[in-house]
Design a binder for this molecule. Structure first.
Ligand code: XLS
Ligand code: NI
Ligand code: NI
Length: 438
């Protein structure tokens, strides 16, 4: 008999902007078309397993606050099955198409790697059945290479080659499971791939280790015929003081150094961008410009607190600018919009998970509608195009094609007595224009 974990909540439906029902969508209508695609196709929402079904409300000063009914079992594998039931119940309530998981979220660690892998596979089989029955899809799988103490000095960048091998064994298993579940992507977040102090660290060697590790992941992906995208998720710090996958720019440099730039793309998280000193849209735009944009984790930080608080998005303005940037660059290919987000530790009840996701989905849908109008109106893109229009003149276009030298340009300026005049960037005018959409 199926249990119900979410206080009898059935499904959340679109009821239009006048709805006052807190369990309805006012903006998200999955089949509503914008710019030739449905909202569901544009946004590709995913609910994450770890914060949603595993997190118990701990913080650095205190233990569990949530007492989840699905944990209420002394047998850890039975608890894992209950958790999967709870997960698929929430997915059904929300009507989201995708989910994401780490191996350690879905099944308990065993005494050996073989046992842990087998536990993961058992729950993987349960997922396969549930996905078959519900049409739910996997946006990405990933391995947790940061919680266990064996990884305290990193996984691929660990000074001990046995830890490197252990991590390889874990990733092989999750990559294969992700492939079997027809996942769209496989994510590598370098939780502890960094250093605490250079006093005990051989940085060059660690980077080589990481480069080899990710090449091994890509080789194995091809060997098993996985067609999804391998993604790296940058984060500048936390848990380590410095992480090698700092931001989009440093991940791109890393990929180039190890010949991975055509194989690996990037999963960008809002608060990781902020922690790196960038805006979210900067990171999205840079990844698009470099041809490595993959997917996003749409969870925010708190501007008053310098860590990764993984909160649900709440700012229409910020989410609109992120989605405008996403749409401008052509939207998602294999990627999607994952809520790598957790409710606050005082939000005790399973139904708080429903409120959080309903609000976040609806906010993103509202932002998408505004962003699509901004794209359609072309006011911003026309302004930008006009600003760079000089580069379309053949004599200037040829400069970028490599047909002019430094001396040619010098001669041109001197001979024609060129005296370029500054033009206003109109920033406030553009900010006012954007604000008209809200
Ligand atoms: C942690 C990361 C992590 C990845 C998946 O900060 O955001 O949750 O998304 O390992
Ligand atoms: Ni994060
Ligand atoms: Ni994330």
């Amino acid at each position: 008999m199926t249990k119900h974990y979410f206080n009898g909540i059935s499904t959340v439906a679109y009821q239009g902007i006048d709805s006052t029902d807190p369990l309805s969508f006012r903006w998200y209508r999955h089949d509503k078309k914008l710019l030739g695609k449905t909202m569901a196709e544009h946004l590709k929402f995913a609910v994450c397993y770890w914060h949603t079904f595993c997190w118990t409300g701990t913080d650095p000063f205190g233990g569990d606050t949530f007492i989840r009914p699905w944990f209420n079992d002394t047998d850890p594998m039975r608890a894992a099955r209950n958790k999967a039931d709870a997960a698929f119940e929430l997915y059904r309530i929300l009507g989201v198409p995708y989910f994401t998981f780490h191996d350690r979220d879905i099944a308990p660690e065993g005494d050996t790697l073989a046992e842990s892998n087998a536990n993961v596979r058992q729950i993987g089989e349960l997922f396969a059945d549930k996905m078959q029955a519900t049409g739910m899809k996997l946006l990405w799988g990933t391995a947790n290479l940061f919680s266990h103490r064996r990884y305290m000095a990193g996984a691929a960048t660990n000074p001990d080659p046995q830890v490197f091998a252990y991590a390889a064994g874990q990733v092989k298993n999750v990559l294969e499971l992700t492939h079997e579940l027809k996942g769209s992507n496989y994510v590598l977040w370098g939780g502890r791939e960094g250093y605490e102090t250079l006093l005990n660290t051989d940085m060059k060697r660690e980077l080589q280790q990481l480069g080899r590790f990710i090449n091994m992941v890509v080789e194995h992906k091809h060997k098993i015929g996985f067609k999804g995208t391998v993604l790296i998720e940058p984060k500048p710090c936390e848990p380590t003081r410095h992480q090698y996958d700092f931001d989009v720019a440093s991940v791109y440099a890393f990929l180039k150094s190890f010949g991975l730039e055509d194989e690996v793309k990037i999963n960008i998280e809002q608060n990781h961008a902020i922690l790196a000193g960038h805006s979210f849209e900067h990171e999205i735009a840079l990844a698009q410009a470099l041809g490595v944009f993959g997917s996003i984790d749409m969870n925010r930080g708190d501007y008053l607190c310098g860590w990764d608080t993984d909160q649900f998005p709440d700012s229409l303005g910020e989410v609109t600018m992120a989605l405008y940037t996403l749409l401008k660059g052509g939207g998602f290919d294999t990627g999607g919009l994952n809520f790598d987000a957790k409710i606050r530790r005082q939000s005790l009840d399973p139904e708080d998970l429903v409120y959080a996701h309903v609000g976040a989905i609806d906010l993103c849908a509202h932002a998408l509608i505004i962003a699509a109008r901004m794209i359609e109106d072309k006011l911003l893109s026309d302004f930008v195009a006009a600003r760079y229009s000089g580069w379309h003149q053949p004599e200037n276009a040829s400069i970028l094609e490599g047909k002019a030298t430094l001396a040619d340009l010098s001669d041109k300026v001197i001979n024609a007595k060129l005296d370029p005049q500054p033009v206003s960037g109109r920033q406030e005018f553009l900010e006012n224009l954007v604000n008209r959409y809200f």
